[in-house]
Design a protein around this ligand. Structure first.
Ligand code: 5GP
Ligand code: MG
Length: 225
């Protein structure tokens, strides 16, 4: 695949819309740039899968906005399915993955494209890919909106990547922090003090304590924002 756009945190990201200024410290990828890139990814997928009957397997829930935009640029015959996977709740071993929704379609002998929001350590996608491989698809590829290159601990590679981003905890365009901020139309970075506070109080899913938000702790974010 052609070079992936690398995004840096700078003023070029654009001004934070007034309504979001209390929560969002910076816009990393503005709405228009997301739209252009998603269209380009769709064009490539369309070309690569021409003449095939594709099964798109999206990971819940971070892909919701990306997926909705991506599929509306595709004119291939395709079917959609979803896998739910999340880090286990508070008080358990950090990073333990639990499947919360299983695949419905039979993917044996099918061309399968897995769609995820962000490739970080690679642990999630590795588990998902292992599971799918066992079902013997005809082909299996991966499409992610974002990737943080430096943080990989599992040798997972994505075939289609929207943007390479720095090691920052990002929200918006489907990505959450403790289930909030998925509806931001851009990808942005929260004020560090918000991450701090939530790490103490949000324990329901454990994601804020044990998950990515905790790993990218406020200190690291603060220096870069
Ligand atoms: P991995 O298993 O590759 O470490 O992480 C993948 C999952 O962690 C993503 O699907 C996403 O749910 C979450 N994640 C990783 N980095 C970020 C981030 O910067 N922001 C948000 N909101 N979620 C992230
Ligand atoms: Mg996710």
């Amino acid at each position: 695949m052609k070079a992936v756009p690398v995004v840096a945190l700078s003023r070029r990201g654009g001004l934070v819309p007034r309504v979001w200024r209390r929560d969002v410290a910076a816009v990393l990828i503005p709405e228009e740039r997301l739209a252009r890139r998603v269209r380009a990814l769709a064009r490539r997928i369309q070309k690569d899968y021409q003449g095939r009957d594709l099964v798109l397997v999206a990971l819940l829930s971070g892909t919701l906005v990306f997926l909705a935009d991506l599929i509306r640029h595709l004119t291939l015959p395709l079917r959609l399915d979803f896998i739910g996977v999340s880090s286990y709740g508070a008080g358990t071993v950090p990073g333990r993955l639990v499947f919360t929704k299983e695949l419905k379609l039979d993917v044996a002998g099918r061309d399968v494209l897995v769609v995820d929001d962000i490739l970080d350590t690679g642990r999630t996608l590795r588990r998902v890919l292992e599971k799918l491989e066992a079902l013997r698809p005809r082909s299996l590829r991966v499409c992610v909106l974002l990737e943080k290159k430096g943080r990989r601990v599992e040798p997972v590679k994505a075939d289609y990547v929207g943007f390479e981003i720095p090691d920052l905890f990002v929200v918006g365009y489907g990505l959450d922090y403790a289930e909030r901020y998925r509806h931001l139309p851009f990808v942005g970075v929260l004020h560090p003090q918000l991450l701090d506070g939530a790490e103490v109080v949000e324990t329901e899913r454990g994601s804020a304590r044990n998950g990515p938000a905790a790993r990218h702790s406020a200190g690291r974010t603060a220096r870069r924002v």
